[in-house]
Design a protein around this ligand. Structure first.
Ligand SMILES: NC(=O)C1=CN([C@@H]2O[C@H](COP(=O)(O)OP(=O)(O)OC[C@H]3O[C@@H](n4cnc5c(N)ncnc54)[C@H](OP(=O)(O)O)[C@@H]3O)[C@@H](O)[C@H]2O)C=CC1
Ligand SMILES: CC(=O)C(=O)O
Ligand SMILES: [Mg+2]
Length: 571
């Protein structure tokens, strides 16, 4: 290595040290970091080399290849001696890691091993996730990510993502600038108040943006360096966490009202300031702001407010709606009729329930020409207080009000059980409305079943029934890729409908024969490319694209944009 001259600040003073020629303390050991000459109460500057080679290269997850560095790379990048002599291919590394992972019996241990891998060697992490998607999705995503968030403080090892707490009020733009990557295309943000079906997990909700973004990359091909997980910490009302000595967030009850709104406003403005880019006169593009797992009393309002000024997408409302609509469109092949011929009943009338209901009504209205209000009459919702009906109108939250119909005979509810399509959407598995086995047993094998978290196939009277995973993970990665490809400036409901139709058309006769209404996740990158192409086409059609001219073959273009986890060669 050439002569390195660095500035070291210690004890408040400033000195320039030639680290190669100057002998350090204790028999020639160079005190490169200035640690030996500073006492505990003296300050020093934690400087670091900026070129990734040698030891630094091995500790940089974006570039590290572990034992896969070739002989030539080991010479060129000062790695000799820092690695054992053997050179392994990425495939062999993958084989070894999968063997190791399978030895962990506790799912949380697999999760921790995967997170360690992501922090150590990003390329290998994504190679594992892409090649073993059905096996590893339940590890990095639901259900295991739920347990990880509950225990996030105790298992915390490396900080992932960006934390913006009330302490950063007035400084959010500076905080955004601390993130090392500049070309951010997707931000997944949570405030941790409704983490899956587990409630308020405060700052520990960070596991969710991290997990969702790993799916943007693995399932949708968005490069990892374009992804930014953010947790907004306004406190928590979870007493257990407030009393937990390992809790990683600020220990106070949640800020609400004006204090909350001001922090969110500052954040949204800072995102525009930091990432906004003028591409045409009057047209500014900025990253997708994907809202995740906010409580419904904030989620609907934030979506309505910022969808006019930002590229905002709420996955729990819009992504879930799109995936469920896709399942319904596909299930018509098995159930018969059109959407308008059916009556829908939801247990739960929050973000997921009313989001899905609204998109179904929109699709029915578009297909039949009926007014939206009339289409809504086909849909019934139940909340914790029972069926939503007109007589409850005065006390209903605003997002439930469109579903308050005149009460009709209970007959339809019974009908719904005769030819049942059951989607037990709640996550994680512990919160599921029913298991696959229960659904098949109660209906004597007639049910078409899908669930938010995966269930194994069930043998019922010699027939193998395969439950689908009705999870927004089918939609948001491809949806996001489509928005990015087209340089979308706003999200529009028609893009969600396009995504649903694209997903529904991927279900083959072979899948239907097994009772499936979603294609398996094994082909998810191909599915995502198709969704992305249809979404991008809609963005162009609506005049909301900034990436001009429009590529001719959008599927090919989507595939060409997708990140590959293959190791690159270093010169
Ligand atoms: N599969 C997927 O892709 C997705 C799954 N989900 C899951 O769906 C679940 C709900 O999410 P979300 O809609 O955002 O949450 P919300 O908090 O917005 O809504 C929950 C709804 O469930 C109702 N509810 C709660 N308990 C009962 C009960 N015992 N009987 C009847 N209704 C009840 C609540 O009633 P009330 O309004 O009266 O309080 C509320 O309407 C979560 O478990 C989440 O993880 C969410 C998004 C995507
Ligand atoms: C899947 C999801 O987004 C949820 O359960 O909240
Ligand atoms: Mg969610």
């Amino acid at each position: 290595m050439g002569s390195v001259v660095e500035e070291i600040s210690n004890g408040g003073g400033h000195s320039v040290v030639d680290v190669e020629s100057k002998a350090g303390f204790g028999g020639g050991i160079v005190d490169v970091y200035g640690e030996d000459c500073a006492t505990e109460d003296q300050v020093l500057t934690p400087w670091t080399a900026s070129v990734a080679s040698g030891y630094t290269l091995l500790r940089d997850p974006h570039y590290n290849k572990g034992l896969a560095f070739t002989e030539k790379e080991r010479d060129a990048h000062y790695l000799r001696g820092l690695l054992p002599p053997t050179v392994l291919t990425q495939e062999l590394q993958e084989k070894k890691l999968m063997q190791n992972l399978r030895q962990y019996e506790v799912p949380l241990h697999r999760y921790i091993a995967m997170m360690d891998l992501q922090e150590r060697n990003e390329g290998l992490f994504y190679k594992l996730l892409i090649d073993n998607v059905e096996e590893l999705l339940p590890v990095v995503y639901t259900p295991t990510v739920g347990e990880a968030c509950q225990k996030y403080g105790s298992i915390f090892r490396h900080p992932q993502g960006l934390y913006i707490s009330l302490k950063e009020k007035g400084k959010i733009l500076e905080v955004l600038k601390n993130w090392p990557d500049r070309g951010i295309q997707v931000i997944v943000v949570t405030d941790g108040e409704r983490i899956l079906g587990l409630g308020d997990l405060g700052c520990q909700g960070m596991g969710i943006p991290v997990g969702k973004l790993s799916l943007y990359t693995a399932l949708g091909g968005v490069p990892p360096s374009a992804c930014l997980p953010i947790t907004i910490d306004v406190g928590t009302n979870n007493e257990k966490l407030l009393n937990d000595e390992f809790y990683i967030g600020i220990k106070q009850r949640r800020a609400t009202g004006q204090e909350y709104a001001e922090l969110l406003e500052e954040f949204m403005t800072a995102v525009k300031q930091n990432y906004g880019e003028k591409v045409l006169v009057q047209v500014e593009v900025f990253p997708i702001l994907h809202f995740e797992d906010f409580a419904n009393h904030n989620a609907f309002e934030l979506l309505a407010k910022y969808s006019k000024t930002h590229l905002v997408f709420n996955d729990d409302i819009q992504g879930t709606a799109s995936v469920v609509l896709a399942g319904l469109i596909a299930s018509l092949k098995l159930l018969g009729g059109t959407l308008a011929d059916h009556t829908f009943l939801f247990l739960g009338a929050g973000e997921a329930g009313t989001g899905i209901a609204e998109l179904i009504a929109l699709e029915i209205s578009k297909k039949t020409g009926a007014p939206l209000e009339k289409a809504r009459k086909k849909i019934w919702l139940v909340d914790s207080k029972g069926l939503i009906v007109k007589s409850r109108l005065g006390s209903l939250q605003h997002f439930k009000q469109p579903w308050a119909h005149d009460h009709e005979p209970i007959k339809e509810l019974v009908d719904a059980v005769k030819k049942p399509l059951i989607l037990a959407l709640s996550n994680p598995t512990s919160q599921a409305e029913c298991t696959a086995e229960e659904a098949y047993t109660w209906t004597k094998g007639r049910a078409i079943f899908g669930s938010g978290s995966p269930f194994d196939p069930v043998k019922y009277e010699n027939k193998l029934l395969v439950p689908g995973q009705a999870n927004n993970a089918y939609i948001f990665p491809g949806f996001g890729l489509g928005l990015i490809m087209a340089g979308a400036i706003r999200v529009h409901d028609d893009m969600l409908l396009a995504a649903s139709e694209a997903l529904a058309t991927q279900v083959s006769e072979e899948h239907y024969a097994k009772g499936m209404i979603y294609p398996p996740f094994t082909n998810i990158r191909k599915i995502s490319a198709n969704i992305a192409a249809k979404v991008a086409a809609k963005v162009y059609e609506l005049g909301l694209a900034s990436n001009l001219p429009r590529p001719k073959d959008l599927v090919k273009y989507a595939e060409s944009c997708m990140y590959s986890p293959r190791y690159r060669s270093y010169r």
